[in-house]
Design a protein around this ligand. Structure first.
Ligand SMILES: Cc1cc2nc3c(=O)[nH]c(=O)nc-3n(C[C@H](O)[C@H](O)[C@H](O)COP(=O)(O)O)c2cc1C
Length: 165
């Protein structure tokens, strides 16, 4: 059965369900703030431009992490590997808890997390207001990646990627 609606008050659940049909990878974004290292799990990551190398992600204005991330001049976007669901869940819950994580300081002190499939070390390029989120556009100063499979997210569930023959 198809569901059709005009997004607005009362249709938030349906809108989220419609958006959830679009499968994504999962990232964890990190930065060093005045209160120490901070992270947030985000699937709003997208590539934007090849030349210059630009990427974006979108933190919610309602999050306590919104302000430090929009103010961070440098930050690192980590693409989660298939076996990093726990790390994604951890940083969805608690942004400042790095106690059990073997991280290294990267550019501007932003934490570099181990075991990721790829990472993009970014310098803030622009921040745009966009409703209840902001769009943070970053210039990629360094990109790192390795072979392997990525963690996927679709319709509220984590999974892997099954290619079509
Ligand atoms: C798979 C996944 C993707 C997410 N993507 C985003 C995102 O793109 N932007 C965002 O603001 N929050 C996103 N979240 C929510 C945050 O990770 C986090 O749970 C939220 O910021 C918690 O609220 P708080 O920051 O006020 O503690 C995502 C959560 C999950 C599990």
């Amino acid at each position: 059965m198809e569901t059709s609606f005009v997004p607005g008050p009362g249709t938030e659940r349906a809108f989220r369900d419609a958006l959830g049909c679009f499968g994504t990878g999962v990232t964890v974004v990190t930065a060093l703030t005045g209160d120490g290292p901070l992270a947030m799990t985000a699937n709003s990551f997208a590539s934007v431009s090849l030349d210059p190398a630009l990427v974006l992600w979108c933190p919610a204005v309602a999050s306590y992490r919104h302000r430090p991330f929009t103010e961070a001049e440098t930050y690192v976007i980590h693409v989660m590997a298939e076996d990093q669901q726990d790390l994604a869940l951890h940083f969805a819950r608690s942004g400042g808890d790095f106690a059990d994580i073997a991280w290294q300081p990267g550019p501007g002190g932003a934490p570099i997390l181990p075991g990721c499939l790829a990472r993009f070390e970014c310098r803030r390029h622009a921040v745009h207001e966009a409703g209840d989120h902001s769009i943070i556009v970053g210039q990629v100063m360094r990109a790192v990646h390795r072979p392997g499979s990525g963690l996927m997210f679709k319709r509220g569930q984590y999974g892997g990627f099954a290619g079509i023959e």
